[in-house]
Design a protein around this ligand. Structure first.
Ligand code: PLP
Length: 396
């Protein structure tokens, strides 16, 4: 008999994917420009030109066996040294290339990290709303998800966190800028979190790892400072990806980084290597590893997302929607006009608006809008958002 849990996972697509597939079918039926698809976080802005020019240069100039061959399991040293230099220069991060493990994107970084750290039934704290795949990765690694509330501004709710941390807590995940709210955790809260985790780790006499999931690290539209986690907490693990910063989600490239002063760092790094090996990753894509040193510090044109954010925010607020003001990523969390976000998302479909209900992110009563779409789509969706709003006014 095959594995029933895996069958279930394969059968039940995520809420995001389900809506995305619905959108594809609907576009075929009524035309692309009639469906306002805000379902999925696929970057809408082209990669910076250095990406393609570097790839072409590498393909033309490098020996193809070197270009496409296996790299060391943890990644190419040149790539890792370039990342070290970039992080130390940009964030004063004080990290070392030997503590970097190249991966196939943030999803792989997270899955490998959870398998490396967790023993059966150990607990992983996530702050709701959270990226739904965390649950899938944690449970496959034998862990249990423990959901903690966010406060009214979608920052960390420390009272709730305090109640949840217990002797089985092994990992706390943060994701900032956040999917789905776009909120960035303040430095003050990161300092407070680090202090609390240090106290609790002492109390329970084992490390509690702070895993920072950072695919949106560069997608910031305000002057907000980005608190780089290794500067604040010694047992921190960065799970990074170039998927969003360089608009490369299909190419699968990212890394895991352990903080320099981590307890038993060599053993933890070996556990990361072991987890990567046991999950069959072998190495991260060689061509894209070789591209990375040339592209560090570059991003896709963030002004396009910034403009989308401004236009969408103004449009929705003018109509009367209540939004959580995002500072980064390319998502907006909007209050549903009824308690049941699924019902609201279904009603939105009647106006060909595809909005992801918040339940699978672990909170009720909101929808997520992925505004990584063309600016035209945002403008064209205005009447649909107005009609949806009117529909609820008339219901009352
Ligand atoms: N973490 C978060 C919060 C995400 O939003 C995503 C993708 O949308 C991922 C991880 C996975 O990213 P990647 O494509 O690099 O695997």
């Amino acid at each position: 008999m095959y594995n029933k849990d895996m069958e279930k996972l394969g059968k039940q697509a995520s809420a995001i994917r389900t809506l995305f597939e619905y959108g594809k079918a609907k576009k075929k039926e009524i035309g692309d420009d009639k469906v306002y698809d805000f379902s999925i976080g696929n970057p809408s802005v082209a990669s910076p030109s250095i990406v393609n020019s570097t790839l072409i240069k590498l393909i033309n100039e490098k020996d193809s066996t070197k270009l496409h061959g296996y790299t060391s399991a943890s990644g190419d040293d040149n790539t890792k040294k370039a990342i070290e230099e970039y992080l130390n220069k940009t964030y004063n991060a004080d990290v070392c290339y030997k503590d970097i493990y190249m991966t196939c994107g943030a999803a792989a970084s997270l899955a490998i990290t959870f398998n490396a750290i967790l023993n059966k039934d150990e607990e992983v704290i996530v702050f709701a709303p959270f990226f739904p795949e965390y649950k899938v990765f944690v449970e496959k690694a034998g862990g249990i998800i423990d959901i903690v509330k966010s406060d009214k501004d979608f920052q960390i709710d420390f009272d709730d966190l305090n109640k949840h941390i217990n002797k089985n807590t092994k990992i706390v995940i943060i994701n900032s800028p956040n999917n789905p709210t776009g909120v960035i955790y303040t430095e003050e809260n990161i300092i407070k979190l680090a202090k609390l985790l240090e106290e609790k780790a002492k109390l329970y006499n084992h490390p509690i790892y702070l895993v920072s999931d950072e695919p949106y690290r560069e997608l910031i539209y305000t002057d907000t400072l980005y608190p780089f986690i290794t500067r604040y907490y010694k047992n921190s693990i960065v799970c990074y990806s170039f998927s969003k910063s360089l608009s490369l989600p299909g190419e699968r490239i990212g890394y895991i980084l352990l903080s320099s002063d981590m307890d038993n760092k060599e053993n933890v790094f070996n556990a990361v290597r072991g987890a990567g090996r046991s999950l069959g990753y072998v190495c991260a894509p060689a061509l894209f590893q070789q591209m990375v040193p040339y592209c560090l510090g570059y991003t896709s044109d963030l002004n396009e997302y910034k403009k989308n954010l401004k236009d969408l925010k103004e449009m929705l607020e003018e109509i009367g929607y209540e939004i959580i003001k995002p500072e980064g990523a390319f998502y907006m969390f909007v209050k549903a006009l009824e308690e049941d976000a699924n019902g609201f998302s279904e009603n939105a479909k009647k106006f060909n608006l595809l909005l992801v209900p918040s339940d699978s992110f672990g909170v009720k009563g909101y929808v997520r809008i992925a505004y990584c779409v063309s600016n035209n789509q945002i403008k064209a969706s205005k009447t649909a958002f107005e009609n949806l709003y009117k529909f609820y006014q008339e219901e009352k």
